[in-house]
Design a protein around this ligand. Structure first.
Ligand code: TEU
Ligand code: CA
Length: 575
C-alpha cells in the first residue's frame, strides 16, 4: 500500500469565471473564491483545482494564456492570488493550478515575436510550415472547427493550432521552449502551490512529418493519430519530472485526451518518473458518433460499467485512477448519467455520488455537482458563449447538413456551457452569483437548486456529498481497498466490492427509475454488515433486497467483529 496524500484527497474543481463574482462586473473572480473558502471547508474537500486564472484575452475562457506569470484582469491581481493561496492553506485546503502549455494565446509575447519574421529569436517557439500548392500544409482540422492551420501574412507561412486560431501550438521539440515552461512551473511551485492539472498534455509532441489525417466524411483530416501520445511525449515529461516536479511534494494530473490503459501506465505508472495521475475520457466519450461528441444519445450502463471496471482493474497496483463524472468541458453529471427530472434529480445525484466516491482513485467534484446542478436550455444560440459550441453550430449546420433545431438539441445535451452557468448560491436574483449582469445566463432552476437551500438541510445532495467525503477520510478501505465488480452483465445495477484487511465494502447502485430486486452476494447475506451510507432509509437486510428508483447503498462488513445492523445510521441520512 503505497500511501500518498493525493490518493487520500478529494479534489474540487473551480471554474473561476462562473464561481462567485465579488465586484459586480458579472464575472467570477479570485476575491469571490476567497469569500467561499469556508463553504469548501464545510464541504470538506482537500484540494481545489483552479481552471486557468492567468492573463488571457479569453478566446477560450483562459485556456488561451498571454502571460503565465500574471493574473487575468477580470479575476483580480497577483496580490489576490497570494491572499487566496495563503488563506486556503490556513484552512487546510491545497491549490492545484491549471497548466496550459500545449499552446499559448496568440497574444503571448512569444507569439507576437514569433510571427514577426522567420529569423526572430522566438520563431521556433511555435510550429510554422510553408503551404502546399497554395493551400494549408496538410488537411488537419482544428478541434474547434475549421483548419488547424492559420496563414500569417507577415511571413507568408502557416502556424499550427489544434484549438482556436488564437491558441497557437507551442513547439516542444525546441529545448528553449521546454526550459521556459519548466522555469515558469518552478516559479509557481516556489510560491507554494500544490500541483498542476496539465491541459491536453498528451498533445505536446507531434509526429514530425505532419502527414494528412483520415477525413471520415468531413472536410478535414483527423490529427489525433499524429498528435496524441506523440513520439517524444514521455521523454519530455520525464525531463519535466526530473527538472521540476520531483523537487516538490505536489500532485500532478495530466489531461490525457485519447489515453488507453497501456498508455496511462506510461504517463502515470508508479516509478515511471512522469506524472502522478491522468484523466482518461473513455466514459466521457461513450456516446460519441459520426459528429464527434455532438448528439443527443443516452449512455448505456453496460458500456459505462465496462469502462470503469477496465480502468479499476487495469491500473491496480501500477497506477492510480482519477474519478469524475463531469468537468468544465462536460455536461452536468445528473443530467447525463442520472435523471434531472423534479422527481428523481436529488436521489439520482446522490446515487451517482455514491457510485463514484466509493471507487478506487481520487474523486473530483465539479462545482455545483454537490448541489445536483443540471444542464441548461437557453432559448437562443446567442445565449451561448463557448467557442467550441458556437463554431460547431456553424460548421455542422453549414457543411454537415444538421438542422439547426437538431443541433440545438445536441447543444442541450453536450455543450460545455452546461457546466459553465453560474454557481447557484441562493434564490436571489442571478442565484447570488453576481449583483451585476452575469457573463453567461444563470440556470433558471436556481430558485430551487442552490447552496442556501441545501447547506442546512441534512437530506440535501450537499449534505450527502459531505457525508461521502467524510467517509473517505474516515475509512482507509474506501481509499486503498481492492476493487471487484459484481453482476457485470446487469444492465440496471452497478455493484462492486472493496476489500482491505478484515474489512469489506459492498456498493450497490440502481441506475434506473424502476424498483428491482437485487440478490445480495453470499458473503454479505446474514452476515454482520451495516449500512455505511444510503440515499434512502433502509430497513431490509435479507438475501434479496428491493432497490428503489436510483437507490444506492453501501454496506460495510468487518470479519469477526459483530456489528448490529444499524438502521438508524441510514435513517439519519435519508428521508
Ligand atoms: O480540453 C481538451 C479537449 O480535448 C477538448 O477539446 C475537449 O475534448 C472538449 O472541450 C470537450 O468538449 C482542454 C480544456 O479542458 C478545454 O477547456 C480547453 O478548451 C482545451 O483544452 C484547450 O485548451
Ligand atoms: Ca468580478
Amino acid at each position: 500500500m503505497n500511501k500518498k496524500w493525493w490518493k487520500e484527497s478529494i479534489v474540487y474543481q473551480i471554474y473561476p469565471r462562473s464561481f462567485k463574482d465579488s465586484n459586480g462586473d458579472g464575472i467570477g473572480d479570485l476575491q469571490g473564491i476567497i469569500e467561499k473558502l469556508d463553504y469548501l471547508k464545510d464541504l470538506g474537500v482537500d484540494v481545489v483545482w483552479l481552471s486557468p486564472v492567468y492573463k488571457s484575452p479569453n478566446d477560450d475562457n483562459g485556456y488561451d494564456i498571454s502571460d503565465y506569470q500574471d493574473i487575468m484582469n477580470d479575476f483580480g491581481t497577483m496580490a489576490d492570488f497570494d491572499e487566496l493561496l495563503e488563506l486556503a492553506h490556513s484552512k487546510g485546503i491545497k491549490i492545484v493550478m491549471d497548466l496550459v502549455v500545449n499552446h499559448t494565446s496568440d497574444e503571448h509575447r512569444w507569439f507576437v515575436e514569433s510571427r514577426k519574421s522567420k529569423d526572430n529569436l522566438y520563431r521556433d517557439y511555435y510550429i510554422w510550415r510553408d503551404g502546399k500548392d497554395g493551400k494549408e500544409p496538410n488537411n488537419w482540422g482544428s478541434w474547434f472547427g475549421g483548419s488547424a492551420w492559420e496563414y500569417d501574412e507577415a511571413t507568408q507561412m502557416y502556424y499550427l493550432h489544434i484549438f482556436s486560431k488564437k491558441q497557437p501550438d507551442l513547439n516542444w521539440d525546441n529545448p528553449r521552449v521546454r526550459q521556459e515552461i519548466f522555469d515558469m512551473m518552478t516559479w509557481w511551485l516556489d510560491k507554494g502551490i500544490d500541483g498542476f492539472r496539465m491541459d491536453v498534455i498528451s498533445l505536446i509532441s507531434k509526429s514530425p512529418e505532419l502527414p494528412d489525417g483520415e477525413t471520415k466524411g468531413g472536410i478535414y483530416g483527423d490529427l489525433a493519430e499524429f498528435c496524441i501520445h506523440g513520439p517524444c511525449v514521455h521523454e519530455y515529461l520525464k525531463e519535466m519530472n526530473e527538472k521540476v516536479l520531483s523537487k516538490y511534494n505536489i500532485m500532478t494530473v495530466g489531461e490525457a485526451t485519447g489515453v488507453t490503459i497501456e498508455e496511462a501506465k506510461k504517463y502515470a505508472g508508479y516509478n515511471r518518473g512522469e506524472l502522478d495521475t491522468v484523466f482518461q475520457f473513455e466514459h466521457m466519450d461513450l456516446t460519441n458518433g459520426e459528429f464527434g461528441k455532438w448528439n443527443n444519445k443516452k449512455f448505456s450502463l453496460l458500456d459505462l460499467k465496462k469502462i470503469i471496471d477496465r480502468w479499476q482493474k487495469g491500473l491496480e497496483g501500477e497506477a492510480w485512477n482519477c474519478l469524475f463524472w463531469s468537468n468544465h468541458d462536460q455536461p452536468r453529471a445528473v443530467s447525463r448519467f442520472g435523471d434531472d427530472s423534479d422527481e428523481f434529480r436529488e436521489i439520482s445525484a446522490k446515487m451517482l455520488g455514491t457510485c463514484l466516491h466509493m471507487l478506487k482513485g481520487t474523486p473530483y467534484i465539479y462545482q455545483g455537482e454537490e448541489l445536483g446542478m443540471t444542464n441548461v436550455k437557453f432559448a437562443s444560440l446567442d445565449d451561448y458563449r463557448d467557442i467550441e459550441t458556437l463554431n460547431a453550430f456553424r460548421e455542422l449546420t453549414n457543411t454537415r447538413g444538421i438542422a439547426p433545431e437538431i443541433m440545438m438539441d445536441y447543444i442541450y445535451h453536450v455543450s460545455r456551457d452546461n457546466a459553465r452557468t453560474p454557481m447557484q448560491w441562493d434564490n436571489t436574483e442571478n442565484a447570488g452569483f453576481t449583483i451585476g449582469t452575469p457573463w453567461i445566463g444563470v440556470n433558471p432552476n436556481y430558485e430551487k437548486i442552490n447552496v442556501k437551500a441545501q447547506m442546512n438541510d441534512p437530506y440535501s445532495v450537499f449534505s450527502y456529498y459531505k457525508k461521502l467525503i467524510h467517509l473517505r477520510h474516515e475509512h482507509p478501505i474506501i481509499v486503498y481497498g481492492d476493487y471487484e465488480m459484481l453482476v457485470p452483465q446487469d444492465e440496471r445495477v452497478f455493484a462492486y466490492t472493496r476489500k482491505l484487511e478484515n474489512k469489506r465494502l459492498l456498493v450497490v447502485c440502481n441506475f434506473t427509475k424502476t424498483s428491482m430486486e437485487f440478490e445480495m452476494p453470499d458473503d454479505f447475506v446474514h452476515s454482520n454488515s451495516k449500512i455505511l451510507v444510503s440515499n434512502y432509509a433502509t430497513t431490509d437486510f435479507g438475501d434479496c433486497i428491493v432497490l428503489r428508483p436510483y437507490e444506492a447503498r453501501v454496506y460495510l462488513k468487518e470479519e469477526k467483529v459483530p456489528i448490529v445492523p444499524d438502521v438508524m445510521v441510514a435513517f439519519e441520512l435519508c428521508r
